[in-house]
Structure formats: C-alpha cells, structure tokens
Design a protein around this ligand. Structure first.
Ligand code: 0PR
Length: 386
C-alpha cells in the first residue's frame, strides 16, 4: 500500500541498508587483491532484473529461463570442446562439485545394480591436496571418504600418488584446472589415462580456470589441456561468477553424457535433477548476457589484461628482490616476511596466505595497473631497509 508513512519507512530501510553496504569493501576501490570474484558486467545486473522473480527450479513456469540455461550450456560446451553438452547453471563451484560427485555416485550405483554386484562399498573419491575445501564439505555431506593425492613441486597433482590411492571403493577422481591457491593446472590427460578402462568417473574442477585457459590458448600461451577434448573427462565445473564476469551466484556444471541423478516429484510434473530446489533464473540471464556481450573476443581481451597485470606485479616484486613463483594463470605467489604481510593487511590490502606460507594475489579484472602500482609502492616502502 502506497501511503505517506510507507514511503518514509521504505526510504529509512534503504538508508539503513546503504549504511551497511558502506562497511563492505568494494571491488572498484582496488584494495581487493585476493578474491576470485569481481565487479560483474553492467548488462548482467540488468539481465538479473528482468528475471528477478523467475525460479529456474520450476519447469512449469520457467520455459524461457530454461531455454536461456540450455543456450549457456551449449555455448560453454563449445568452449570446452563438447557438443552436445548437458548440464546446469548452479550457485557456484561448491554446488557444481557436489552435483558432480552425486552423479559419480549415481552412475556407480547404477552400474553395480546392472551388473548384479551386491557387495557394499565405502565410497571414496581421490582429490589433489590442492583441491578446494568444497570437497571436504562433500565428504561430510555425502559420507564419502576423500583421499588426498600428493602434489609435485609445481603444485600439480602427482599421478603416482593418484594411482596408489585407487581401490575398489574409488568412485571418482578429481583433477583441478587452476587450483585455488596457485592457479596450477593438473595433468588431466594423465589422470584420464589412469582412469581409462577402470570405470572411474573423472571430474575436472575448472571453477576458476575454465574462463581463462581457453582464452590463453587463443593467445598461444603454452597451457595444459583440461577440457572434454580429453577422452575420459566426465564433467567440468566452471564458474561464471569468477572470471566469467557474471553476477553472484552463478556456477556451471557440464556433463559429457546425460546425467543420471534425479528425484521424482509428481506435483512438479516430473523429475528434479538440480541440487537446489528454488534457484534464481536471474543468474542464468546474467550468464547469457555476459556470454553474448563479451563473446570469445571479449573474454580473450579480459584475460589478456589480467595476465599483463599479473606480469606487471611479478616484475615489480622481482625488482624489489622478492622471490615469486612463476604464475600459470592470474594468481601470483611470493615470499615476504610475516611482519610485512601484516603491515600490508593493516594498510587495508585484502591479500591472503597459502598453506605453504606464500602471499597470494589474484589479479582479477577489477584490479588495474594503478592499484598494482600503489601496492608495489607500499611494499617498496615496507621493505626498503631489508
Ligand atoms: N573450486 C575452486 C578451484 C575454487 O577456487 C572455488 C572457490 C570453488 C571450487 C568453490 O566455488 P564457490 O565459492 O563458487 O562455491 N574459490 C574461491 C576461494 O575459496 C572462492 C572465493 C571467491 C572466495 C571470492 C573469496 C572470495 O572473495 O578462495
């Protein structure tokens, strides 16, 4: 009801919310140097508004939104060498990884049923030590044992370690294309070779790298293959709300074959295959807008700038005699003393530390050269007496 009193109340509530928002750190301020999210494209925000009340989880009323989702899956399928492609838009990497392991379980159980195998197994998955913490959640949630495979000096998974962990309980092997701490790309071809002939589900977590690696290849960077072009890859997680420039929340999960997992819901006229019941179609609309607006050319340019800025930061740090790890993607690790790290945090820089003690920076599209210059200046100041 539009009364004077209501109008005043509305204004008050919105002011309260703006005050809360003031406390948040925004991407445009340039201080956020260690987040995998970024300022989304304006058109993605507009796209969300059009679909603000549509639930992608209810097929009876979201025909248009479902078409959008299919088109996004087709587009990203093409990008990842898969045609036809199956899959979903999800809330992000965590949900996609959960759904992938649920699918591995569904297939394993189906196979066992079909072959009349009765022996119960205690399901296990093999995940590189560098895997995202979503796999620990999966372990807790699904009651699955996560076996952590060792890593090589370059932070990629050690294939021998994976081989040694495989046993009759293994239902899936996970490889990562752009791991969270280092941006390293696992040898997915090697993993596929290991899984071959063993009926093992191979999932690739490219939540971060999925919207980077294909565009680096277009610029002739020597980066590893990770996609469905590798026979044996069953599913890939790729996140539009990271380097895909979309609004939060939006992830994607693509399958080579039509997924088997679903539950029957008679009152919703059929099967429900997603993890979440109600899901914002605005995320799918935003994704569509980004893919169409940027296209391969636009993404290539964004990735080019992020890599140039990563190199710019790396060169600047080297000039200050700081040891850095050679970056594969737009994630840079380097070595500074704890005191300096703490000072940088005190100054307001949002940076992080890896499990091995490196300072980790993610150069996302919101990070501009001017921000990096300022960061380097602060480091120079802090290290001048070293
Ligand atoms: N897989 C990989 C390789 C990831 O790096 C991440 C998240 C996920 C899966 C899970 O994705 P969702 O967070 O979408 O479920 N990586 C970032 C991280 O944990 C997520 C992030 C993003 C954290 C922005 C902070 C932040 O400000 O660091």
């Amino acid at each position: 009801m539009k009364t004077k009193q209501n109008e005043i109340r509305e204004r008050e509530i919105l002011t309260e919310l703006r005050n809360f928002h003031q406390k948040d750190i925004t991407f445009s301020g340039g201080k956020i140097l260690s987040s995998m999210c970024t300022k989304p494209l304006k058109i993605a925000e507009e796209a969300r508004k059009i679909f603000k009340e549509t639930n992608l989880g209810d097929k009876r009323i979201s025909e248009g939104a479902i078409e959008i989702e299919k088109e996004c899956i087709r587009w990203v399928g093409d990008l990842l060498n898969l045609n036809p492609a199956y899959g979903f838009i999800t809330s992000g990497g965590t949900e996609s990884n959960i759904l992938a392991i649920m699918e591995a379980r569904a297939r394993k159980r189906n196979n066992m049923k079909e072959s009349g195998e009765k022996e119960e197994i205690t399901e296990e998955i093999i995940v590189p030590e560098t895997g995202h913490f979503s796999f620990d959640k999966i372990s807790f949630l699904m009651g699955i044992k996560v076996r952590k495979a060792g890593i090589n000096d370059d932070f990629t998974v050690n294939l021998n370690s994976v081989k040694n962990l495989i046993n009759k309980n293994t239902i899936a092997v996970v490889g990562i294309a752009g791991n969270t701490e280092y941006g390293a790309i696992d040898d997915i071809e090697g993993l596929a070779e290991i899984c071959k002939g063993k009926n093992l589900y191979l999932h690739v977590d490219a939540a971060f790298g999925g919207f980077i690696i294909p565009f680096l290849k277009r610029q002739n960077y020597d980066v590893r293959n990770f996609d469905f072009g590798i026979e044996g890859v069953d599913s890939i997680t790729i996140d539009p709300h990271k380097m895909g420039m979309n609004i939060i929340p939006s992830g994607m999960l693509l399958f080579r074959k039509e997924p088997k997992f679903s539950v029957n819901v008679s009152y919703l006229q059929g099967k429900h295959e997603r993890l979440l019941g109600t899901f914002p179609a605005g995320s799918a609309a935003g994704c569509y807008a980004c893919l169409k607006f940027l296209g391969e050319y636009g993404y290539t340019e964004i990735v080019r700038e992020c890599m140039e800025n990563t190199k710019y930061l790396a060169d600047g740090l080297r000039r200050n005699n700081i040891e850095i790890l050679n970056p594969v993607l737009n994630i840079l690790n380097f070595n500074i003393r704890k005191e300096i790290y703490n000072k940088l945090v005190e100054t307001g820089w949002i940076i992080s530390k890896t499990s091995a003690g490196y300072t980790r920076i993610v150069i996302m599209p919101h990070t501009k050269k001017a921000h990096i210059k300022k960061f380097l200046k602060d480091i120079k100041q802090l290290t001048k007496n070293e």
